[in-house]
Design a protein around this ligand. Sequence first.
Ligand code: FNR
Length: 414
Amino acid sequence: KLSYASRKPPVTGTFSVDRLEEAARSKLQDSTDAFMYIFGSAGTGSTAEANRAAFRKWTIIPRVLRDISQRNIETTLFGHTYPSPLLLAPIGAQGIVHPEGELATAAAAGALGVPYIMSSASTRSIEAIAKANGGGPRWLQLYWAKNDELVLSLLSRAKASGFTALVVTVDTPFIGWRPFDLDTAYLPFAHGVGAQVGLTDPVFMASAGLEPFPEDEHPDYPYVAAHQDELIKNNDTKATVQTRAGQRFVGEMLDPTKVWDDLARLKEHWDGPLILKGILSTMDAELALKHGVDGIIISNHGGRQIDGSISSLDALHSIMKSRNIKEAQARGDFTVLMDSGIRTGSDMLKALALGAQGVCYGRPYMYALALAGRAGVDSQIRAMLADFEITLGLAGISTIDQLRLYADDLVHRD
Ligand code: FNR
């Protein structure tokens, strides 16, 4: 069994959540559009703040004098056993903070066996990310595109590349009002970044009247940002195609017309678990169950979509009051995951005590990627797992099953 705690100082320079963010901000000071894209939220940032405030409202009531010398944080989701309840949240455009982008993240997660949820707005292709992820578990996040043929092409590429679960993001019929990104006119995306999945897709490129891009010709950021305009002016075909096709792909991927009944079409073409990401309402959680999806990720997209929405932890607490959801979860028919605001092992414990079976880690791993590439992501994941294992033990709990058993008495809201 892996032990995650080590006495070595972290390669990112810090184990503090706040310092990590500050270190990334200063490392990216020449690329503030990249930092602000990651850091930023919708509107005034009140949802992102609420996510953190909700974790502070709940407190842990530890138990003592229980033998917690042997701790095991392994967790089973959809019939697979993973090292812990931690997954990596899908984050697009990773190449804007590190030249290896998603390859570094997928490699770090893969080596630890932590599920990597690949964003369909990645700066690397499905196939390249699968290769970097190696024997690790990987799920595909789908922005449910307008063009049905394109969706089917992405699903079949994912299946062929060993992605086992499909995460359909349903809180993004279009992008939220994000002042920081609007101030820079979405600079990275204006250059076609985050569209490598489209540039390497035969259906998408044929619809644009173009040949798919070979994988090694991915758009490198900030190189792209610095040179693209100049390249286009000089009639550089590759740069022009990248930008034009990239912008078009980002537009193509979001579809505000999709409704619950459309899920049947996806289910027809995906035989693994199907999970909806971005559920906050109990009624929607029950609709998800009714439409036969296998699970949900309760999430407000890290506060990036609606300013002033319910915090993700409060939404989890509400949704778990539904008897239908609870019973389906107990039967093993419905899996409840959550993200938005997870920063520490104690946050993980609180989310699990409130009924989540797994949690997705977001912005902090991007800061670690910016600071130290693959080694940074590796050390950041290990830190989370060590923190969780220590906190669990200090609360008097040895395993995830035990956590579930004692959940009601383990946390308290002031
Ligand atoms: C995201 N998120 C996201 N979600 C998704 O379904 N597809 C995507 O491509 C992206 N891209 C993305 C980019 C960046 C820079 C961020 C910060 C987030 C949302 C992500 O999966 C997750 O819900 C949040 O990151 C969770 O909030 P915290 O923990 O980062 O605050």
